[in-house]
Design a protein around this ligand. Structure first.
Ligand SMILES: *[C@@H]1O[C@H](CO)[C@@H](O)[C@H](O)[C@H]1NC(C)=O
Ligand SMILES: *[C@@H]1O[C@H](CO)[C@@H](O)[C@H](O)[C@H]1NC(C)=O
Ligand SMILES: *[C@@H]1O[C@H](CO)[C@@H](O)[C@H](O)[C@H]1NC(C)=O
Ligand SMILES: *[C@@H]1O[C@H](CO)[C@@H](O)[C@H](O)[C@H]1NC(C)=O
Ligand SMILES: *[C@@H]1O[C@H](CO)[C@@H](O)[C@H](O)[C@H]1NC(C)=O
Length: 451
């Protein structure tokens, strides 16, 4: 809550309405936020027929909404300045790019705009009732609940949950993008988003220590980078405004990235982030049967599998890069050491392809334990996926600056790609790593011992 307070104090003024030919998202000023706004829900329809110019619709006038198609509602959250969500336009267009559907922007800026979070939060059920009235009319016109999809951001995620409860969980799908935590944390299921609110509920948690909700709320709950601090976001208040909302908003940008399909973010079902980082959760619980769950729009690839689980819930972890498209590529580095004494340390590994592209991974979140003839499997995360690795470099470090410099004798190192298990595994035998000295070598193909 403290962060919210600072957030508000830092707000600058936003210009009021200007002349527009197409209806647009309600733009309010910071002044409105100070005096508070009464609730008014405006629904704006975008379709492939009319991608750039919205149509204002309501329960009596459905406009160009084609009830035989999928309908995606986008519901924003708390607006402490009255501004238009910066990601809204991109999200609408990206959804229309991937599928011919109706996209309905739920503009409740009048209501969400207030400096007092509790006031916005207290209007969430009223917004849900308006949406219920609208969807009822869609059903009368022949729509099916199966085709209704709600994407709720922050407070909007709980709004989607409230709508879902009124249909006893029969809505097709709800995606919660960093569902709001303050005033919702620890509430019973009827007072927040819950896995029973739709046929499939997927949630991305990107700011669990501040604005987001910590505990799982869906059938599948994704925790990018553990759900706490997102790479590339300012770590201190010196980062300005971004400090307050960067982690929270990252959930929206990760989702957007899934629609742009530059790469697919794979997540790993796991009990904890720590276990994921230690490489304990890479087979997705169902080895060889299915691919791992994907983050974002295509998260429903796990819907059928999750339905059979009891309870039908799972947490999934993954790390991301700092910027779009956020994907990172996982490899296992299997190391067998010879040394008699047990050593703890970290490994930095660099891959270089024939074109000279280099990608690096530091495996230093927790010291690896190297002991004689014992294989350790380290999970390495690279920003780039190099198809043809020409050489590999390794650095071993115990982290001590003073004291003796150690050597690590490696009997065998093996590099294998998780995303592409069919790729040949790369090996190298008998290496001695001097502490903090880079060792560069050309790997060879590992002999295939399975045959
Ligand atoms: C697009 O929307 C605008 C504004 O609502 C409307 O005037 C126009 O007729 C629409 N165009 C089509 C092709 O539906
Ligand atoms: C719905 O929109 C139409 C046209 O914009 C308007 O005339 C009508 O009063 C609205 N109905 C409701 C229930 O808001
Ligand atoms: C509505 O969508 C269906 C199938 O997606 C299509 O066959 C039909 O022509 C559409 N109706 C209108 C009025 O565009
Ligand atoms: C490992 O073995 C090498 C070679 O036998 C030895 O020189 C080195 O000190 C040992 N290193 C560690 C980390 O124990
Ligand atoms: C690394 O790869 C480059 C390009 O393939 C090659 O020229 C260089 O000799 C390699 N270095 C080592 C130590 O193998």
């Amino acid at each position: 809550m403290l962060r919210l307070y600072f957030f508000i104090s830092l707000m600058c003024l936003v210009k009021s309405d200007t002349d527009e030919t197409c209806p647009s998202f309600t733009r309010l000023s910071f002044h409105s936020a100070v005096v508070g706004t009464g609730l008014n829900v405006k629904l704006m329809l975008y379709t492939r027929r009319n991608r750039t110019c919205a149509q204002v619709i309501n329960s009596t006038v459905l406009g160009n909404l084609n009830v035989t198609k999928k309908t995606t509602f986008i519901i924003h959250g708390f607006r402490p300045t009255g501004s238009v969500p910066v990601w809204m336009e991109d999200l609408v267009q990206a959804l229309l790019d991937v599928e011919d559907m109706n996209v309905v922007v739920v503009d409740w800026n009048r209501g969400a705009t207030t400096v007092i979070y509790n006031h916005a939060s207290s209007k969430t059920r009223k917004v849900a009732i308006v949406l219920k009235g609208f969807i009822d009319q869609m059903l009368v016109q022949g729509a099916s609940l199966d085709d209704i999809y709600m994407i709720g951001v922050s407070l909007g995620a709980h709004i989607a949950g409230f709508v879902g409860k009124m249909y006893n969980g029969q809505l097709g799908r709800i995606t919660g993008l960093d569902p709001a935590g303050p005033l919702f944390n620890g509430r019973p299921p009827e007072d927040r988003l819950d896995p029973g609110d739709a046929q499939f509920v997927d949630v991305i948690h990107s700011d669990i220590d501040a604005l987001g909700y910590k505990e799982p709320l869906g059938n599948i709950d994704f925790y990018p980078n553990g759900g706490l601090d997102q790479p590339g976001c300012p770590k201190t208040i010196l980062g300005g405004l971004r400090y307050f909302k960067c982690d929270h908003q990252r959930s929206v940008y990760l989702y957007l990235s899934s629609l742009r399909e530059n790469c697919f973010i794979t997540a790993y079902p796991c009990d904890s982030y720590r276990d994921y980082r230690n490489g304990k959760c890479i087979n997705c619980g169902i080895p060889q049967k299915e691919s791992c769950p994907l983050l974002g729009y295509y998260a429903d690839n796990w819907k059928e599998y999750l339905k059979q689980k009891d309870p039908p819930m799972t947490k999934a972890f993954f790390d991301t890069a700092e910027e779009e498209p956020y994907c990172i590529y996982h490899y296992f580095v299997d190391i067998i050491t010879w040394n008699k004494s047990i050593r703890r340390g970290s490994i930095t590994i660099k891959l270089r392809d024939r074109d000279g592209t280099i990608t690096e991974s530091k495996i230093n979140h927790e010291p690896a334990v190297f002991q004689k003839y014992h294989q350790v499997s380290l999970l390495a995360r690279f920003n780039q996926d190099l198809d043809k690795v020409a050489n590999i470099s390794l650095v071993f470090s115990t982290g001590s600056v003073i004291g003796p410099k150690y050597k690590l004798r490696i009997l065998r190192m093996k590099l294998r790609s998780l995303a592409h298990p069919e790729r040949p595994q790369l090996c190298r035998y008998d290496l001695v790593l001097m502490e903090n000295m880079e060792m560069v070598f050309q790997p060879i193909l590992c002999p295939n011992l399975l045959m």
